[in-house]
Design a protein around this ligand. Structure first.
Ligand code: NCD
Length: 424
């Protein structure tokens, strides 16, 4: 067993007390006065937050999508943004719909990831749901109740059948809920109109209608008050781009802002903030595409925005300005997602998972050239942010001043997984 001890000294705990925290075997073991340590890090000049768990990332990779992102660049981008656990979505090429493709994905992730990770299973007409569950899929989805880049919408019949089967296993289905009207999708404004808030609400209602067996539901990237108000008894995820970006002032053909659900008018952005207390999870929907793909004609460019590295840094700056308690940020990016992923919460109490990000008290602006994703572009360019200087994962220094120092990723399997069947 690894008995290396890390002590974080002079750490400002929530509530104001200053203490030293001792970490052994990846877990907080003592809070109080300093204990002997292999490594000590002074936190006196940092804001220390529990590291984030991003429940919605598209790590891409494989042979077909590695030009957009791969597990190395995607997870390094996560770490550099204070995220130590990512949950990968299954709209890969080919989609992750059976045990064999799950095991291939798992091998790729284990070999290349720099942070801890889980993998979700894809729901399509031919998905082997029980095979994916037994292989260790964390959740089912995002399941496309409306089409998106690399995600075909499933029919009502397939959705009902899948939700019933997932409910029987005790699993959780995460849903991309959108309705798309027909019409010419020629710029950011028509994109919003064709995938409007009423359509989001309609898709949510349809999913509830298909869920006769009361499968646990998780609605991804809810983008409007109307959409959120249609949700009953389910987990609600919102993204930083829907909380921080809106349409006014955008160049209509700027594909950096092309995403599903769309970036909306300022009204909808404000409606999300009015429902802040209903939001369980903030996740990035990190969905990188190459500059070349985004440079084409608007109507043929893929939708999606990279965001795992900027999620906490942007929200930290924004929420500080608006005087929104940072405990809310920690709840929605770390504590709640940990519970949903079935892992120990990261935090400052003995027994907590020792994953932390150390943020300086100074700001920078988002510069795409300094981000670690393969997508060297971001719609957040020039916005104020606070990036972590040090990130601790499993009680070890994983990232410090731009260098990645600890590889060995841990796979977080879902509850259907029986360890003897594990394929290493
Ligand atoms: C995502 C992608 O590119 O994988 N795109 C997006 O616009 N959000 C798919 C998705 O989550 O819809």
């Amino acid at each position: 067993m690894d008995t290396e001890t890390l002590v974080l000294t002079d750490l400002h705990l929530p509530g104001g007390r200053v203490a030293d925290i001792t970490i052994r075997n990846g877990i907080v073991s003592h809070v109080g006065s300093s204990e002997p340590a292999d490594t000590k890090i002074s936190c006196s000049r940092y804001l220390v937050l529990p590291a984030a768990v991003d429940l919605h990332v598209h790590m891409r990779g494989g042979n077909e999508q590695k030009q957009k992102e791969d597990w190395t660049t995607g997870t390094q981008s996560a770490l550099a943004g204070g995220v130590t656990v990512v949950v990968d979505q299954p709209n890969t090429i080919p989609p992750l719909t059976n045990a064999a493709s799950f095991h291939t994905r798992l091998f790729e992730a284990k070999t290349n990831a720099w942070c801890n990770f889980a993998i979700n299973a894809g729901v399509t007409a031919d998905s082997d749901i029980s095979g994916l569950w037994k292989s260790g899929a964390l959740h089912f989805g995002e399941t496309f109740a409306g089409p998106s880049s690399y995600g075909e919408a499933v029919s009502q019949e397939v959705l009902s059948r899948a939700l019933s089967e997932i409910a029987g296993l005790g699993g959780l289905a995460s849903i991309h809920a959108e309705t798309v009207s027909s019409g010419k999708d020629s710029d950011l404004f028509s994109h919003h109109a064709l995938r409007c808030p009423d359509g989001e609400a309609e898709a949510v209602r349809l999913v509830h209608h298909c869920n006769g067996q009361h499968c646990r539901l998780y609605f991804c990237h809810v983008s409007s008050g109307t959409g959120m108000d249609a949700i009953r008894d389910a987990i609600i995820e919102v993204t930083p781009h829907h909380l921080l970006l809106s349409l006014p002032g955008r160049e209509p053909a700027d594909t950096r802002f092309l995403v599903n659900p769309p970036i909306r008018p300022e009204y909808d952005r404000k409606e999300l903030w009015k429902r802040w207390n209903r939001i369980d999870v903030i996740a990035s929907d990190h969905a990188p595409h190459t500059t070349a793909e985004k440079s084409g004609d608007f109507s043929s460019a893929p939708s999606g925005i990279p965001g795992v590295e900027t999620m906490v840094p942007l929200l930290l700056a924004y929420m500080t300005d608006k005087q929104i308690p940072l405990s809310d940020l920690v709840a929605k990016t770390s504590y709640n997602p940990s519970r949903i992923a079935g892992i120990l919460p990261a935090g400052f109490k003995p027994g907590n998972r020792a994953d932390f990000a150390l943020y300086p008290h100074s700001r920078t602006v988002v510069d795409p050239d300094l981000l670690h994703s393969k997508a060297k572009w971001t719609p957040f360019e020039g916005m104020e942010a606070v990036f972590p200087e040090v990130v601790i994962r499993d009680g070890k220094v994983a990232y410090r001043d731009g260098s990645f120092c600890y590889h060995a990723p841990h796979w977080i399997s879902g509850r259907g997984y029986i360890p003897e069947t594990r394929i290493e």
